[in-house]
Design a protein around this ligand. Structure first.
Ligand code: TRP
Length: 398
């Protein structure tokens, strides 16, 4: 019952593909627990996914289906929580446009995630620009070479000075045109052409996601805190300017173990070092066998450094009982990496087996999955519309 609970939660993920064990340990196991304490709304943020992938929508539907399977399989329970797709609830868009009046352009330009994205895009563009500039310069140098060759053939240059002139002129032509290629017209926002309006508005849409359900708690990762800060500013501004409609939501930050990728770096699809929740046992075995281990431990009896080893990090999560023994034996050179990996494979599969089983079951019933999302949509829309009635009234919209 809603009123026995501690409050209301909204959180979401962008549907960008299958989830990995980092999501399982970091986010989903936390959501699973929160379901019993709070009234939870979990959103598949497909509009947010469009902000930087609007030109690649072929996989969007599959991604939404897959993320729903991952959620259901890991215990996000439609009997307890509302699971829904953002774009099914148009009230998010309505509130987004109203909120967009309350935020200045400079405030949005200062959002750290936006600044990072711009920096990333500019590096990408720089490479492109540099390549084009180099091509132009090479062309200018070649042209200059033929000019000088012509002068030489016509006897205007002697053999001795020919080489020196050629060298100097080629270099000059190259450098001059390189410089020219980088002089562009001055723009007020030199990156304005790199980014769409939707990306700039990303955190306003996120504020609408949260506030349209009048959520008071938002479980998020630390990287999302600036978005929540903006959400809080918007809630306060709306409340003081029009009427007190919104709670000022609090973040729910939880400490959880960092899960490294199989190469020891951060687990991320772009590094190709992920272990997906849905990976079949053979795939798990292949990935773990190939995984990075302490490079100083070549032979079984070499002493290892478990704190730097991703296999050890996985043991901590999926095989906590044996961790003290593994640590001791690895350091003492009594435990070889192959044995250690085989042991992990066993435990990892034991943990993932029931999840995979449940996932397969839902996967074989796509109509059931669709029904779950339709039911979530219905509940979410009812709640969102009741907020919007208050919002339209507070703003004296017709
Ligand atoms: N921006 C979040 C992320 O990339 C996803 C998201 C969208 C979200 N709307 C939200 C998270 C609302 C929390 C609350 O992870």
């Amino acid at each position: 019952m809603a009123n026995e609970k501690k409050g209301r939660i909204l959180s979401g993920m962008r549907p960008t593909g299958k989830l990995h064990i980092g999501h399982l340990v970091g986010v989903l196991s936390n959501w699973r627990k929160l379901q019993d304490e709070y009234e939870c709304y979990f959103e598949i943020a497909d509009w947010h996914a469009l902000t930087d992938a609007y030109d690649r929508t072929d996989e969007l539907r599959d991604n939404i289906f897959n993320i729903t399977l991952d959620w259901l399989a890991t215990g996000i329970d439609p009997e307890k929580s509302v699971l829904f797709v953002q774009s099914h609830v148009l009230q998010h868009a309505e509130l987004h446009i109203l909120f967009s009046m309350l935020v200045s352009l400079s405030r949005l330009l200062r959002v750290p995630t936006f600044k990072e994205k711009i920096a990333e895009l500019r590096v990408g563009e720089l490479r492109h620009k540099t390549k084009k500039a180099l091509e132009k310069s090479a062309e200018a140098a070649v042209n200059s070479f033929f000019d000088i060759l012509e002068q030489y053939q016509q006897g205007q240059l002697d053999q001795a000075s020919y080489r020196a002139v050629l060298k100097a002129k080629l270099k000059e032509a190259f450098m001059e045109s390189l410089k020219d290629a980088f002089i562009g017209e001055e723009e007020e926002l030199p990156y304005g052409h790199l980014v769409n309006y939707g990306l700039l508005g990303y955190p306003i849409l996120q504020a609408a996601d949260i506030l349209v359900y009048r959520a008071d708690h938002v479980p998020i990762g630390a990287d999302q805190l600036p978005h929540l800060e903006l959400t809080r500013e918007i809630a306060r501004k709306f409340n003081s300017m029009y009427d007190k409609v919104f709670p000022v939501p609090e973040p729910v930050l939880t400490e959880f173990p960092k899960v490294p990728g199989t190469d020891g770096r951060k687990m991320s699809k772009s590094y190709g070092n992920t272990i997906f929740i849905s990976d079949p046992p053979e795939e798990i075995e292949k990935k773990i066998r190939k995984a990075y281990t302490d490079p100083a431990k070549i032979r079984k009896n070499d002493p290892g450094h478990p704190e730097q080893c991703p296999i050890f990090a996985y043991h901590k999560i999926f095989n906590p009982d044996e961790v003290p023994q593994i640590e001791q034996d690895c350091k003492a050179g009594k435990l070889g990496c192959v044995t250690c990996k085989m042991n992990l494979i066993k435990h990892l599969n034991a943990a993932l087996d029931p999840i995979r089983e449940k996932r397969r079951e839902y996967e074989s019933k796509p109509d059931l999955v669709r029904d779950i999302l339709a039911e979530g949509e219905r509940k979410a829309r009812t709640e969102a519309e009741s907020t919007m009635i208050r919002v339209r009234d507070a703003m004296k919209l017709w």
